[in-house]
Design a protein around this ligand. Structure first.
Ligand SMILES: [Zn+2]
Length: 111
């Protein structure tokens, strides 16, 4: 369940980054297509994610381009701080949503 939430959040972030990209392209005076489709998809996806998690994500998005980052070799790939082993164990067991002590980003485990 939780893993699914995080997967959806990663997908949401992808959509947000695609939408951001389109904004940049638009600023340069080019036409963009598919905007509406992406926005609809984003709305639909956002509705599936639990409110508190979405709220944390939206808050982090104001600070970082990437609000959710992978953990590899017990290291947060957002700020490269070591993630405590106890957290890593629980994170891998899907025991909750964890944020990095260094940068505050939402973590997901890819190892
Ligand atoms: Zn971090």
């Amino acid at each position: 369940m939780l893993k699914k939430d995080l997967d959806q959040l990663v997908f949401l972030q992808d959509l947000d980054m695609m939408l951001d990209e389109r904004e940049e392209v638009k600023k340069l005076g080019f036409d963009v297509t598919g905007q509406k489709m992406l926005e609809d998809e984003r709305t639909e996806l956002a509705n599936k994610i639990s409110r508190p998690l979405l709220y944390t994500y939206e808050k982090l998005r104001k600070r970082y381009k990437r609000a959710i980052v992978p953990v590899k070799n017990s290291t947060c790939l957002g700020c490269f701080m070591k993630v405590p082993t106890s957290l890593s164990v629980r994170g891998r067991e899907d025991a909750g949503v964890f944020t990095c002590e260094g940068c505050g980003r939402i973590l997901y485990w890819i190892e």
